[in-house]
Write a protein of this length. Structure first.
Length: 416
């Protein structure tokens, strides 16, 4: 049986045998599809409200999103530590549905910002709680496949939602996208509400556990290395999302279709890794796999810089973006396994919340840098991104040595 066939068999087993996870995964897919539609609708709404400053409006909305993830995520996780997890998930979906439903009614830009803040704060409460539930709903082997499925869901959202939005806009005005987004969040809430979820254990409660969730990131060398890996991913992702339109449209003959194709190649590279995640983890292990990620990003950025300097064009960009997507997925897809191994007893939800906030904090640096660099020579920008990712790789390798796990466990026992 080929590696791909084995992946398909294991994924099918996870969806067939773990009914609760299957329903939660469906809820995630529906909510992500709605989020992708809302992203397109937000850009159109910004242009409708402020045609001359639409880019600034969208950029500010994305910054608010990152600030909500970084600041609100851990605070909400701690505040909701004693609340039933089903209530947290369903409540977050309800808030998101209401916020999106109100967006077509706004008349001023500040109202958009306020609703985006509410929407993203609810997402910052939903996502870590959802991620922390997954390892409780599947067995150890199925967890790797669950991570791969989650990564595929994000990649499919990035690829399919813009295409779906284009089809919907042929029949209805852009306000209809907000209605479909609200419907998606409502369906997600219904799926969660009708799913049997495990009870929260007493050990997972309390501010002390929340503090331990953050403290482990400062004491566990594997998680310190993860911060360097997150930075490399943020560099590559910001480069792709911010600069693709400039790189494509600035060339003679560059089109919107070319922009979409380049972004699709980035997602395709990520999906390829996600499809083979189970095989790759079994073959190489989490540590080797994740430390390889920034190396792949560095090589991809360097090769793209060289190719662009020699013969700039769509083929070079698409090939380079596919490699960057694969490098990002090598870090992001197995991260859940590392967090589960490193989390103190009863603090898994808090560790996921900390990772959620810290990983998104990197984008507060890389998004502005990518925007500033958009006016520079593309080969220089690509080369600089490769160097940055290479430094992150060296830092991560230095921190995450083969004996880091045993050393951390020994220090934990001693401290206890």
């Amino acid at each position: 049986m080929s590696p791909f066939s084995r992946v398909v068999v294991v994924v099918w087993r996870v969806l067939a045998e773990f009914g609760s996870y299957r329903r939660l995964f469906c809820a995630q897919v529906v909510a992500l599809a709605g989020t992708g539609l809302a992203t397109v609708a937000l850009a159109l709404l910004a242009y409708d409200l402020a045609p001359d400053q639409a880019g600034r409006v969208v950029a500010t909305a994305l910054t608010i999103k990152m600030l909500a993830y970084v600041g609100a995520g851990p605070l909400l996780t701690a505040a909701l530590a004693r609340a039933p997890r089903k209530a947290v998930l369903v409540g977050a979906d309800a808030v998101r549905a209401l916020a999106v439903a109100c967006l077509p009614l706004v008349e001023q830009v500040w109202q958009v910002y306020a609703l985006i803040a509410v929407l993203q704060c609810a997402s910052a409460a939903f996502t870590p709680a959802f991620q922390a539930l997954v390892p409780e709903l599947v067995d150890d082997r199925g967890y790797t496949s669950a991570l791969a499925l989650s990564r595929l869901a994000y990649d499919l959202e990035a690829l399919a939602s813009p295409l779906l939005a284009a089809l919907v806009l042929l029949a209805v005005p852009f306000d209809g996208l907000f209605a479909l987004t609200a419907l998606g969040f409502a369906v997600s809430g219904i799926l969660v509400a009708t799913t049997a979820l495990p009870d929260r254990t007493p050990a997972s409660l309390g501010a002390r556990r929340a503090a331990a969730s953050w403290r482990v990131f400062a004491t566990d060398r594997r998680l310190l290395a993860l911060m360097a890996l997150n930075t490399a991913v943020a560099v590559a992702t910001a480069l792709v999302l911010v600069d693709t339109v400039v790189l494509v449209r600035s060339r003679p003959g560059g089109t919107d279709t070319g922009v979409a194709l380049a972004l699709a190649c980035f997602g395709a590279g990520s999906m390829l890794v996600a499809l083979g995640l189970g095989f790759l983890v079994d073959r190489f292990g989490t540590r080797i796999l994740m430390l390889t990620g920034p190396g792949v990003i560095t090589a991809g950025a360097a090769a793209t810089a060289l190719g662009w300097a020699v013969t700039p064009g769509q083929v070079v960009l698409c090939a380079g973006w596919a490699v960057l997507g694969a490098g990002c997925a090598l870090v992001s897809a197995p991260t859940g396994r590392l967090l589960r191994e490193a989390a103190p007893e009863g603090a898994l939800a808090g560790v996921f919340a900390a990772q959620f906030s810290l990983s998104h904090a990197c984008f507060l640096l890389t998004y502005p840098l990518a925007g500033w660099a958009a006016g520079l020579d593309p080969a220089l920008v690509l080369g600089g991104a490769g160097v940055f990712a290479g430094v992150c790789a060296l830092v991560a390798v230095g921190l995450w040595r083969p004996g880091a796990v045993a050393a951390h466990r020994a220090s934990t026992v001693t401290d206890g």
